[in-house]
Write a protein that binds this ligand. Structure first.
Ligand code: CTP
Length: 407
């Protein structure tokens, strides 16, 4: 905190074209009451100049350790910070941070900071996928830094792929959550973990224009993804028919049907520490898919729609764990006898935790809030009062961390 009680944030900017997007992040941080020091690398100044950073932050800007030496900035800036966020983080900056180099003000700051650190990498896909970068990212995550996954899309030049800096609004949200957890003294307790979350609702096609679907918006699953990123996890979000912005830092895999969801979840679960099935997966699909649009026939009743069962992904995940100690979490929406039905479902599916909530016409679906009970296979029962879906998400992760830590 500074003397006025504002949280102190260090915004590290490294030399990538996405440096201009960090101006928007800086603006959001200052406007929401944070005291921000910008620490660019020398190459970042090739993209956005010192005057911009200094005008937007209201602080002087330096890249090296030889300016204002009497103030010992190479130690003080890091020591005083409540959060360090590096956006964009280039492959070079990640490498220097992972190896503890201290050849400029930003890397010195990273070594002296004891607060939470967030890296938002941006680079070409080849650089992101290179084993050197993979290992550096894994090292930083293992040490507790939050490294958000880059977004997929247009990169500099003509290429598209993974490596874009996520939307500054989304990076800001990650910072806000990480700061709140840091202020509460909570560690990024999912650091080094891979978690898989399914969200949304599957659609089972009848013909090229119609499907059987459900009313799930995906909001609870997205809240699980955002909170897991802020707790340091590598996150794979399998999203079925959602219309929500990609949460910064999660790998988003888009699917349509229950069968596609099953394939994507099982693939991602192979090396996951936890899988949370928040998606509303259709229990049935039409037995036949009409290649052409089904037409009404004058004077004839419509044909009944024959249905077949879809595989139960949650039960499958629970009975054949991809790795020992993997935690599997299900969701259940019930209209009556919520707890009794929840307990029976938990036993039937064989998962470790089941989040049960009561549904009705005006409850849960599409809403910003949720109220639920988290049931554990160990007999535990954690009620979560009505509140934001993120609060429920954090309770789920608390329970997951508790189970993972028993390993
Ligand atoms: N689920 C799944 N695969 C399915 C159906 C559901 O993985 N084919 C998962 C959901 O993601 C959720 C949980 O199972 O985590 C919900 O259980 P489900 O059996 O679908 O609940 P209901 O449909 O409400 O069951 P019932 O009709 O038996 O109450």
């Amino acid at each position: 905190m500074d003397i006025t009680g504002k949280p102190r944030v260090v915004l590290g900017v490294s030399g990538g074209i996405a440096a201009y997007k960090a101006c928007e992040l800086l603006r959001r941080l200052t406007e929401s009451g944070h005291d921000v020091r910008v620490v660019p690398t020398a190459s970042a100044l090739n993209f956005v100049g010192e005057a911009t950073w200094s005008a937007l932050s209201g602080h002087p800007v330096a890249t090296g350790v030889w300016e204002s030496v009497h103030e010992v900035p190479h130690v003080r800036i890091g020591q005083e910070a409540d959060l360090v966020v590096v956006a964009p983080a280039t492959a070079d900056t990640l490498a220097r941070a992972a190896h503890g180099l201290a050849d400029d003000l930003l890397t010195n700051t990273l070594l002296t900071a004891r607060c939470p650190v967030v890296f938002a990498p941006a680079m070409h896909t080849e650089m992101w996928e290179h084993p050197a970068t993979r290992e550096n990212v894994a090292t930083l995550r293992r040490r507790g830094a939050v490294v958000v996954e880059p977004a997929v899309g247009r990169l500099t030049g003509k290429d598209t792929g993974k490596g874009r800096l996520p939307d500054p609004v989304e990076i800001f949200e990650v910072c806000r959550r990480v700061l709140a957890r840091g202020a509460a003294g909570t560690e990024p307790d999912l650091a080094g973990r891979h978690v898989v979350i399914s969200a949304g609702g599957t659609r089972e096609p009848l013909d090229p224009v119609r499907f059987l679907g459900n009313r799930s918006s995906g909001r609870q699953g997205y809240a699980l993804a955002r909170t897991a990123v802020a707790r340091g996890a590598r996150v794979t979000l399998v999203a079925a028919n959602t219309a929500l912005p990609d949460p910064a830092g999660a790998d988003v895999v888009r699917v349509g049907t229950a069968l596609q969801l099953r394939e994507a979840v099982l693939k991602a679960a192979a090396d996951a520490d936890a899988v949370v099935m928040a998606a509303a997966v259709a229990d049935f699909r039409p037995a036949h898919y009409a290649q052409g649009k089904i037409k009404k026939q004058e004077g004839r009743d419509p044909e009944p729609v024959a249905l077949v069962r879809n595989p139960d992904v949650l039960a499958e995940l629970s009975s054949a764990r991809a790795r020992p100690g993997q935690v599997v979490v299900g969701f259940a929406a019930e209209t009556d006898d919520v707890l009794a039905n929840g307990r029976a479902k938990l036993a039937r599916k064989g998962c470790d935790l089941l989040v049960v909530n009561e549904v009705g016409e005006d409850k849960t679906f599409g809403s910003e809030e949720n109220e639920a009970v988290v049931l554990g296979a160990d007999g535990s029962e954690t009620p979560v009062p009505r509140g934001p879906k993120e609060a429920l998400a954090d309770t789920v992760w608390d329970r997951v961390v508790h189970l993972l830590d028993r390993e």
